[in-house]
Design a protein. Structure first.
Length: 226
């Protein structure tokens, strides 16, 4: 289908290099998380289907805080080599309190222990945080446990990682002197770092871009539940 952009509007799909609805278990019991814009399919290991942000049955994946994850690999499209990138994802954290930290998305886990980043909930306190190689996790102060789905938009522009939560600027993390993204590690959904630092709740509608998303685009993704 040909895509036509209306003059004066934002093409929210420009630069989209990965899109995982995570509704893959709706009609099958397979292990493939289909990438709907490229061929970089992920591997589902453990999560079960659950209701998504739009209230549709089996429209997201539910992670168990123990060992569930989705491995998206390190395909060139999501191995950013210190270039600008953005992530848009919807996630719901369980009631808690969580015994351990839990990742939403990141590439900290692996043998390439440099230049990684991760986004998720940090224990204690279950607040949404960003951690990068060589620095302590920095908390947004936002604690979403038991409050339903929230939208997280993480964008890298030059020397900063910027996090929008539900369309509102929440956190800016300096990357001065770092080459975030230049790592051999795979990108995971649901894992912070250790094998038991797993997200406790649902994740859906993961969009990966090879460019910076503006504050207006972050707001649009949240408002339209994309």
């Amino acid at each position: 289908m040909t895509h036509y952009e209306i003059p004066g509007t934002v093409d929210i799909n420009r630069g989209l290099v990965g899109y995982y609805k995570l509704d893959d278990l709706k009609s099958s019991s397979g292990t493939v998380a289909i990438d709907r814009v490229n061929f970089n399919d992920g591997i589902i290991a453990g999560p079960i289907n659950t209701t998504g942000v739009n209230g549709l049955n089996a429209d997201a994946l539910l992670f168990d805080a123990t060992d569930d994850l989705v491995n998206l690999g390190n395909d060139a499209g999501i191995d950013w080599n210190n270039d600008d990138f953005s992530i848009s994802v919807w996630a719901e954290l369980g009631v808690g309190p969580q015994a351990l930290s839990g990742g939403i998305i990141g590439n900290r886990f692996g043998t390439g222990n440099s230049n990684w980043w991760t986004l998720g909930s940090r224990s204690p306190g279950d607040t949404i945080a960003i951690e990068t190689q060589g620095a302590a996790a920095i908390s947004s102060g936002f604690a979403p446990a038991g409050t339903g789905f929230h939208h997280y938009c993480l964008t890298k522009n030059d020397d900063n990682l910027i996090l929008y939560i539900d369309g509102i600027l929440s956190l800016t993390v300096s990357l001065a002197g770092k080459n975030v993204g230049t790592t051999t590690n795979d990108v995971y959904l649901g894992r912070w770092f250790s094998s038991n630092e797993i997200w406790d709740g649902a994740i859906g509608l993961v969009r990966i871009y090879d460019r910076i998303l503006t504050s207006g685009e972050a707001s649009k993704l949240h408002r339209l539940k994309l």
